[in-house]
Structures are given as structure tokens and as C-alpha cells.
Design a protein around this ligand. Structure first.
Ligand SMILES: Nc1nc2c(c(=O)[nH]1)N=C([C@H](O)[C@@H](O)CO)CN2
Length: 118
């Protein structure tokens, strides 16, 4: 299966389980991997047949900036749903890192893999 990926997409948003987190913005980093047949776009050299990673990145950024959750698990799941709703991908892997959450850790986070239901 071909893939299209987006690495290190940084978004500032309000996220966290603690009260002090609900009034601030924190950085999240998205690493996204989508299953998509790249051959038709390559054959015709046509962006309209490609999974446009720029449009996808913009959609994820806008969603993450505009929605507030407690858990990064919830953000990851909702972003996967958004990608399935807007883009014709077979699967999506969402790796979500909260870089500044744990002192002495470079990052903490979750990764989910979801396959489109037929
Ligand atoms: N599995 C998770 N653990 C924790 C989360 C989370 O979203 N998923 N969140 C927090 C706090 O919001 C933390 O990031 C504050 O530093 C703790 N554990």
C-alpha cells in the first residue's frame, strides 16, 4: 500500500486534563501517515489525483486549533475521523506528541492506527 505522510506538524491548542491547562495554549506535534494509491497521480502527473498533503495539513491544523479536549487520545481519534471524512484514504496512523508535558521527557503521546470501514 502506498502512503502519504506529514511529519512534525505543530499546532497550538488548548488541551489537558488539569484546570491550569484549560486556560492556556500548548504545542502538539502530529505525525500522520495515510494509505493512498499514489500511482494514478504519478501516471498523469496530476495533483487532482493525489492526496494533497498541504490541504490535509491545513484541515488538521484548523481542526486542532478550533477544538478543545482533555485527552490527546480524543484529539487523535477525532483527527482520524476528520481525515476519513474529508480524504479518500484507506488507513490513517495518527501519532500525537505533547512535547512539553513531562519534565525530562522529550515528548509523550499516543499513536493510533485506523482502517476505513467498508
Ligand atoms: N494517556 C494520557 N495521559 C495523560 C494525558 C493524556 O492526554 N493522555 N494528559 C495529561 C495531562 O494533561 C498532562 O499532559 C499535563 O502535563 C496527563 N496524562
Amino acid at each position: 500500500m502506498d502512503k502519504v505522510f506529514v511529519e512534525g506538524l505543530e499546532v497550538l491548542t488548548t488541551i489537558g486534563v488539569y484546570e491550569w491547562e484549560k486556560g492556556i495554549k500548548q504545542k502538539l506535534r502530529f505525525d500522520l501517515e495515510m494509505g493512498f494509491n499514489n500511482a494514478p497521480a504519478a501516471k498523469d502527473d496530476d495533483i487532482n489525483k493525489a492526496l494533497d498533503y498541504a490541504t490535509l495539513s491545513q484541515a488538521v491544523t484548523q481542526f486542532a486549533e478550533q477544538h478543545q479536549f482533555e485527552l490527546i487520545e480524543t484529539m487523535a481519534e477525532r483527527v482520524a475521523e476528520l481525515i476519513f471524512a474529508r480524504f479518500a484514504v484507506q488507513f490513517v496512523r495518527v501519532r500525537l506528541t505533547k512535547p512539553n508535558a513531562v519534565v525530562n521527557a522529550a515528548g509523550v503521546g499516543v499513536e493510533i492506527l485506523r482502517t476505513r470501514k467498508v
